[in-house]
Design a protein around this ligand. Sequence first.
Ligand SMILES: *Cc1c(COP(=O)(O)O)cnc(C)c1O
Length: 487
Amino acid sequence: MPQATMHQPDAAGRDKIDCPDAFAEWRAMLHQQLADKALFEQARKAAYTYLDEQPNRRVSPDPQVLAALDLFDQPLPDAPTAATTVMEQLDSLGSPATIAQATSGRYFGLVNGGVLPVALAARWLADAWDQNAALYLSSPISGKLEQLCQDWLCTLMDLPRGSVAGFVSGSSTAILCGLAAGRHRLLQRQGWDVNRQGLSDAPRLRLIAGKHAHATVLKAVAMLGLGTDNIEWVPVDRQGRIHADSLPELDDRCLVMLQAGNVNSGAFDDFARIIPLATAVGAWVHVDGAFGLWAKASTTLRSLCDGIEGAQSFSLDGHKTLNTPYDSGIVLCSDDEALRSALAANGSYILYSQERDGMAYTPEMSRRARAVELWAVLKFLGRSGLDDLVTGIHQRAVQLAQGLKEAGFEIRNEVAFNQVLVGLGNDEHVRAFIAALQADGTIWVGGGTWFDRPVIRVSVCSWATSPAIITEILATFKRVRMQLGLE
Ligand SMILES: *Cc1c(COP(=O)(O)O)cnc(C)c1O
């Protein structure tokens, strides 16, 4: 290798350039850290201990552990801290203050999946790679795996040839991308280039959504400058599904927002009925399928998605039903050009290639290579494993609902997928019941409101939730009910 010459004497023998190196000592230390690996061994050991303890610890941290987080409250240090001390503090104070959901199978809040070991391992390796997934040239392996994941997912979802995928942080961003593509295409058909001309004088688009559209759909509408006040709300049935008969007259200026998996009830809109009505008049349909779109992978649940392939864009998460690590959302779009136009960026230094350049399909430029874990999970499970995973999650939700019903609890939804909404005879008791369950610590469930009544909201989404764990939950529900004297 040619040596860079820092000190070049001139004719008189004087140094022409004096080039100090403020980071020299640090660099030597960092190379030492890389060489002796103690830091990584420390992290690995801590991670193993953490995972080993998952089955036996509280799901949520107890108050003492949370109080100890105050020990982090120090001013930005003037002097360096040894890296092993940094890691030691992170583990001793941080690990206990997590929610134990990675592999415990006992967390049922939001719609949180766990993590599959192969996905975690793939991420560890990918973290060592430190790739920038923006371009093929900045990460050939990421470009390759994104291409494969795109092909596999479009096949799994039965999307038309030429459909594309963007790998983003989560469904919030995926919805934003899908709606941006729709906005771009619908306006372009009206002779309007929204990228250049903006929205102030643009032809008006119409927004059609069910009354139960997810908060992040509304957020995307707001961020895209379309305005939530402009939504034409469609009434929903008792499961939160759009009432197809109540749809307004659709036309080619409509962005129609449907959902595969209502975030509370898990219900799916009637795609076979609604999508043909929309596409016949040139409307754009986006399906928010954050966790529910994976029903497509289950032979017993696939029919929930009948007709869904006709939509133009879709959003879904790896980090929910698929149990990849976090920060894994996907936008799928049958209109390649609309998606890429909506997200286009050019610069003289941005070197696009003939291969897959991930940033063409995402709002971000620099990104971590999140397709690595996605690929690992799809490859590991295959079609049959995906079927078993998704079907199994549904079966556990059904088992839970049946058991709770037999024990005298009210089940407030049809358990179409993974969500179970539980009521108590007296609404006043629901909040106390949820608080008592959460304090109990053996499982964690959240609450919500379903048609103006408070409910206990159970979201089954982890590979680790076994029939035995469901039996434990049933026992916990009964025990807490007895403790509160609610029998
Ligand atoms: C979780 C969820 C979202 C938001 O997804 P993030 O990955 O959290 O950004 C949107 N819609 C539905 C139905 C969801 O369940």
